[in-house]
Design a protein around this ligand. Structure first.
Ligand code: AMP
Length: 279
């Protein structure tokens, strides 16, 4: 497995593979990889001849008071996880490689980015879509792999690929959890031992909501109420949002008739965690 830092090097490698007629799978990440990322890399290596992982903490998708500076970084550890799960190339550029100083072009997907994390993190999806478009143009993979953990991101990328005619298949991959139910996230590393225990409340509240849906509940307000009541029991938890939305439009709904997404964002101490399920 190779690690490269420049666009020129990635393009040269991709060209060699293309000349051999090999297919390419791609996984965009911000690094500090865990089993969730590993599941995407594994799936890509099953479905493609060659697998590229980008590791890039993208400055333009972080708000001014967010954790860009302190986001965990460990390229050595990441490269081990990539190679042991079947990746062939890591692309780990510096911000200066990705953005020229007077960069003036951004990709902004409308509507579907208005609610959920889009409402709470202004400019976040514009940053995500811009950088993912750039990686798509640099790597031009056959398939790209995204986790359902970031359900809105996956929906936004699917929409962007349709709207901008990217010839790339978007593959969604299920959420990987710790044995006790906490969704894996690079940000879990911020949690103290006490916060780590408290963070279980996210999955616990979603499980209650799911049980209620399985028992026939059709009122989204009741589902939200169940989640909010449960989250409120945890003193270290502060709700950012609890939403029940249509799984395609991501718009709030009055009654549950089609496939829905139940999505939450909760601060545990200073750490913002997200989780969701579809039903
Ligand atoms: P990140 O490095 O957090 O930007 O994540 C890179 C990719 O890994 C995104 O498509 C995420 O949705 C995915 N991912 C992160 N955590 C998980 C998880 N626990 N299960 C599945 N996919 C995940």
């Amino acid at each position: 497995m190779h690690i490269v830092h420049t666009i020129k090097e990635v393009r040269a490698q991709i060209k060699l593979w293309r000349n051999e007629g090999l297919s390419v799978g791609y996984i965009p990440t911000m690094g500090f990889l865990h089993e969730g990322h590993a599941s995407l890399i594994k799936k890509a290596s099953e479905e493609n001849d060659r697998v590229v992982v980008s590791i890039f903490v993208n400055p333009i998708q972080f708000g001014p008071n967010e954790d860009f500076e302190k986001y965990p970084r460990d390229l050595k550890r990441d490269s081990y996880i990539c190679s042991s799960n079947g990746a062939h190339l890591i692309f780990a550029p510096e911000p200066s490689e990705m953005y020229v100083q007077n960069n003036s072009t951004f990709v902004d997907v409308e509507n579907i980015t208005e609610g959920l994390c889009g409402a709470k993190r202004p400019g976040h999806f514009k940053g995500v879509c811009t950088v993912v478009s750039k990686f798509f143009n640099i790597i031009s993979p056959d398939r790209a792999y995204f986790g359902e953990k970031d359900a809105q991101q996956l929906a936004v990328i699917r929409k962007m690929v349709i709207d901008l005619n990217f010839n790339i298949e978007i593959v969604g991959c299920p959420i990987v959890r710790e044995p006790d139910g906490l969704a894996l996230s690079s940000r879990n590393t911020y949690l103290s031992a006490e916060e780590r225990k408290a963070a279980l409340i996210l999955n616990k509240s979603l499980k209650l909501a799911k049980a209620s849906l399985e028992a026939g509940e059709k009122n989204p307000s009741e589902i939200k109420r169940t989640i909010i009541d449960e989250l409120s029991k945890e003193p270290l938890a502060k709700i950012d949002y609890v939403e029940v939305v249509d799984s395609l439009s991501l718009k709030p709904i009055d009654s549950i008739n089609n496939k829905i997404l139940v999505a939450i964002a909760v601060y545990i101490g200073k750490t913002r965690l997200i989780d969701n399920f579809s039903f």
